[in-house]
Design a protein around this ligand. Structure first.
Ligand code: AHR
Length: 505
């Protein structure tokens, strides 16, 4: 018998897991972040300057670095986004007082001072222990400019390598990921797939990484949501490629929006908006299947990764803020969006080997919000923290009958679950109760494992639109969740709209 049956007004859910079964490794890079020169994402969010009263290390705020280290950010995508295809890296190197200011036409038309440039970004990823994912300018730049940027970053004994050393970094940097443009079907040049493929081949060929201590993976622009044209064209080109070029990943961008322009409110919503938003989020599964099937035709061995390097909630901007800055609060609904997407990526770990939530700080579905010296961690941050044990763990298939959550005509699974075994053999199970108002009893039916103990953390909230603010930062934070062992199997009750991660010893 399940415990606490009275709390859950509907059928209990049993999640069956054979702990000996081994799926693919959940690449830690699916927990990647995205930091664009947009609004307060970089300036104020990361960079406060060396002379700031806000505690910083070489201009980079210490509180943000500590928070990001705690979620083990594996990689950061930079400098955009649409910004990347208008970014000229030379404007952002050398003495700060000599840097050439420009404008940021995509995002509010504000002045871009270029005080945060290549060396500052590499310092930042070094401080948080992440790898660099740099997006080259294919739209308004040239192959030569991109090649020289990489030479500046990674070469020794060349003029550009010497210039980097003169700017304070003698050792070549490690660039783990190199993006060949951003949304070349849209803000990155409105290119036809055929045009993009020709550009891509040449960028892939001439983007040289001179640092032999680091393999650099190149990521091509891929589909805009469900549209298949870029997937077909890039994968067809890859299947017929010559020795002279290669790509390692194909990018997919897909936000949860509920229509364009985004008008869904970040707070002050009820069940209808919650249900519609979660239903759309679950569409990520179909997108990955769709593009994965095209990729399988050209690449059955899954050598090319599907890289979901922009995903997350895109909501109406916070009232009173510059709409070009894409600032939005982050609620428990966003935490559910994060958990469901991460579960989907993990279940497709054989193909989805990297993803980047948009965006890390102060922009869209952020981990962190800042206001001058203040900083607050969002519910989405807490999901990423709870999911740290899944980084590089081995997926273990979980079978369950999810039940149904209904709102009006909308129907979706009531529960989602994902399981993995870490390097020490410990089993981790992520559980989401999608249902807006009903708690759910969940029993784990575990095979191939002697359960000695089980513990869990839960992220629940008073309301679906509960948020953390500078004055109330702990409204939505993880708490211990009681897990009982009933005949040796873990059993728990999960609150409505809540995410739990269970550790089985
Ligand atoms: O993340 C905000 C923007 O969304 C990015 O700059 C662009 O790539 C996408 O359209």
């Amino acid at each position: 018998m399940l415990v606490a049956m009275s709390a859950a007004l509907a059928e209990p859910v049993t999640v069956s897991i054979d702990a000996r079964a081994a799926g693919p490794v959940i690449d830690r890079h699916i927990f990647g972040q995205f930091a664009e020169h947009l609004g307060h994402g970089i300036y104020d969010g990361i960079w406060v300057g060396r002379d700031s009263a806000i505690p910083n290390t070489r201009g980079i705020r210490n509180d943000v670095v500590a928070a990001l280290k705690a979620i083990k950010v594996p990689n950061v995508r930079w400098p955009g986004g649409c910004f990347a295809d208008e970014y000229h890296w030379r404007n952002g190197i050398g003495p700060a007082d000599k840097r050439r200011a420009g404008r940021n036409p995509n995002w509010g038309g504000v002045v871009e001072p270029n005080t945060f440039g290549t060396d500052e970004f590499m310092d930042f990823v070094g401080q948080i222990g992440a790898e660099a994912y740099i997006s080259a300018n294919v739209g308004s730049g040239t192959r030569q400019e991109a090649a020289e940027w990489l030479e500046y970053l990674t070469a020794e004994q060349t003029a550009l390598g010497d210039e980097r050393a003169a700017n304070g970094h003698k050792a070549p940097y490690k660039v783990a990921f190199w993006g060949i443009g951003n949304e070349s079907w849209g803000c990155g040049g409105s290119m036809s797939p055929e045009h993009y493929v020709e550009e891509m081949k040449m960028y892939a060929r001439y983007s040289r990484n001179y640092n032999s201590a680091q393999t650099m993976r190149q990521i091509a622009v891929g589909p805009d949501g469900a549209k298949p044209e870029y997937t077909e064209a890039v994968m067809r080109a890859w299947a017929g490629k010559t020795w002279a070029w290669n790509i390692d990943g194909l990018s997919l961008h897909s936000y949860t929006l509920n229509g364009w322009p985004p008008t869904v409110k970040a707070t002050g919503f009820g069940e209808p908006e919650y249900a519609r938003f979660i239903k759309e989020t679950l569409g990520m599964e179909g997108l990955i299947r769709k593009h994965g099937a095209i990729m399988d035709r050209y690449d059955p061995q899954k050598k090319v990764a599907l890289v979901v390097d922009e995903w997350g909630s895109w909501l109406a901007p916070t009232p009173g803020t510059d709409p070009g800055f894409l600032m939005q609060q982050n609620s428990q609904r966003d935490a559910i969006v994060a958990a469901l997407n991460l579960n989907i990526f993990a279940r497709h770990a054989d193909r989805v080997r990297m993803a980047n939530i948009a965006q890390m700080i102060n922009v869209l579905q952020a981990m962190i919000l800042t206001d001058k010296e203040k900083m607050v961690l969002t519910p989405t941050y807490h999901v990423f923290k709870m999911y740290v044990p899944f980084q590089d763990a081995t997926l273990v298939p979980a079978r369950f009958s999810a039940g149904t959550y209904r709102h009006g005509k909308l129907e979706m699974p009531r529960v989602d679950a994902m399981a993995a075994r870490d390097a020490n053999g410990k089993l981790w199970v992520a559980l989401t109760n999608i249902d807006y108002s009903r708690p759910v009893d969940i029993a784990l039916a575990l095979k191939g494992l002697q359960v000695n103990a089980a513990s869990a953390q839960v992220l629940a909230a008073p309301q679906a639109d509960s948020v953390n603010t500078f004055s109330a930062p702990d409204t939505v934070t993880p708490k211990p969740l009681e897990v009982k062992l009933v005949r040796g199997q873990p059993v728990l009750t999960l609150a409505p709209r809540a995410v739990a991660v269970v550790a089985v010893e």
